[in-house]
Ligand binder design. Structure first.
Ligand code: HAM
Length: 460
């Protein structure tokens, strides 16, 4: 009897243990979460090119870099972007921390930048305060080509200027970035969605029109009728597009101030010879916009699946978030979309300078010395390749050949003792032995006479 009682107890213990072990051994999923991806070394030349072009233009147009946290208090986004928007309703990555804070991963950068502008008293700086920012943003969207859950944006924002000349300049910067990346054929779409005063009248008009067509709208748009009627205008569903085609247009219902602002913007764009299309259905998916809104699209039919970038004025956002009333305008470009388009039009990625010198070593002493020699050359701005792990000279020379270097520096046991190095010209095969003290200067001279730029020269 006692035995039968004991047995199940042991089994229970064992079952408990297996349960614990099972939990610990949960397999690692060898991929990131859906809609997120690695950016591999092979793709980095495109990313480098985007970094270089966007940063260069930001400096040329007077922007200073700002970096804000990837996460903010959720209500910053709810307030700025708007409760009724898809980004807030469906796409926000939000969570409560162990300390009970309601936090969200940024679904865009403008709200965080405006928050930082207020927090750090930037309104006292000379205006416009131009800020450049780049980094990942997160939207729980349905992933597809060009649409991810983690993606990168570059953002250019300017605070404190309401003159439409700035709107034109921002559109010009957006176009310059895209074209400097080699995407020459682009389409600039502009619209004005007015200010809160004229937009209210326009919204009423739009809602009464849409209500009269409600039975022809998709389920989402029926819901949008209350929460965000302007978004019905850019719904991709066919039946909604048909309704939107005959809807009243915001540009026809602007107040005098907004009308003049839009007219001046178009005149500035003409002055800049920037071709644009007025798209009366361009309303953007974020609530903070006022007056000017714009998007940059690929100019060719195949590339025109999704916008490369978009932005607009947000004259009321800083005040809405508790700061002094400060007009502002900005735009964001999607880096992945820029790269997809660069590849499609065969635009050139960044080409990093390649080493022209290979350092080969033979024997223990030489191996030790070559580590210091490598850093000596590197400090002097000479790009050097090596294969320290390989023992045989032949296999090292094979690597040097494969890399197509101009010269190989060979350090053997004898050279290490004599404090010399052999320079082998990889084209002619000629070799000369030089003193280690003179090596750096000699290599520099040879690279120059061969008309080869050294690393530093190429970067400055
Ligand atoms: P947005 O139009 O929502 O604007 O995003 C800007 C760009 O980010 C888009 O044009 C697109 O290239 C890219 N993008 C958007 N969603 C995705 C996605 N799921 N996957 C890949 N790329 C995407 C804004 O975010 C505003 N904050 C821009 C702004 C700055 N307005 C004023 N200042």
């Amino acid at each position: 009897m006692a035995k039968t009682i004991k047995k199940p107890a042991v089994k229970k213990e064992a079952a408990k243990k297996t349960a614990v072990v099972k939990k610990e051994a949960e397999p690692i999923v060898a991929q990131p979460p859906r809609g997120m991806k690695d950016i591999l070394p092979t793709d980095q030349p495109y990313w480098d090119q985007v970094r270089r072009v966007t940063e260069k233009l930001s400096r040329e147009y007077g922007f200073s870099r700002i970096d804000t946290p990837l996460a903010e208090f959720s209500n910053l986004f709810n307030r700025s972007i708007g409760e009724g928007t898809d980004i807030i309703e469906k796409e926000l990555y939000s969570f409560v921390t162990k300390g009970g804070d309601k936090i969200a991963l940024r679904p865009e950068m403008t709200a965080g930048i405006a928050r930082a502008f207020i927090q750090h008293g930037m309104s006292v700086l000379s205006k416009p305060v131009k800020l450049f920012s780049t980094g990942p943003v997160y939207r729980y969207d349905r992933p597809q080509e060009g649409r991810y859950r983690e993606f990168y944006q570059v953002n250019y924002d300017a605070f404190g200027e309401q003159d439409p000349i700035l709107d034109a300049q921002m559109i010009q910067v957006a176009a310059r970035v895209v074209q400097n990346l080699g995407i020459k054929a682009i389409q600039i779409q502009v619209n004005s969605i007015g200010c809160p005063v004229c937009r209210k009248e326009y919204k009423d008009l739009l809602v009464s029109y849409l209500e009269s067509k409600a039975n022809k709208l998709c389920i989402d748009c029926k819901r949008r009728l209350d929460a965000n009627p302007l978004r019905v205008l850019d719904c991709k569903e066919d039946k909604c597009s048909q309704v939107a085609a005959s809807a009243p247009q915001s540009v026809d219902h602007l107040c005098e101030e907004c009308r003049v602002h839009f007219k001046s913007l178009l005149e500035y764009l003409d002055e800049l010879d920037l071709p644009y299309t007025i798209n009366p259905r361009l309303v953007r998916g974020l609530d903070y916009y006022t007056k000017t809104v714009f998007e940059i699209w690929s100019g060719s039919e195949e590339g025109r699946k999704s916008a490369l970038g978009g932005g607009g004025r947000y004259d009321n956002l800083v005040k809405l978030l508790g700061g002094e009333a400060t007009p502002a305008i900005g735009f964001g470009l999607g880096v992945e979309r820029l790269i997809i388009e660069m590849k499609r039009v065969q635009a050139k990625p960044y080409k990093a300078p390649k080493p022209k010198v290979f350092l080969a070593q033979l024997g223990e002493l030489a191996k030790k010395k070559s580590l210091r020699l490598f850093s000596e050359l590197e400090k002097n701005g000479i790009l050097v390749a090596e294969s320290f792990g390989r023992g045989s000279l032949n296999s090292q020379l094979r690597v040097a050949n494969r890399l197509g270097v101009e010269m190989t520096l060979i350090l053997g046991q004898k050279e290490a003792l004599d404090k010399t190095v052999i320079i082998k010209n990889m084209t002619t095969g000629e070799q000369e032995t030089v003193s280690m003290d003179k090596l750096v200067d000699l290599v520099k001279k040879k690279l120059k006479t061969d008309n080869v730029v050294t690393y530093h020269e190429n970067h400055n």
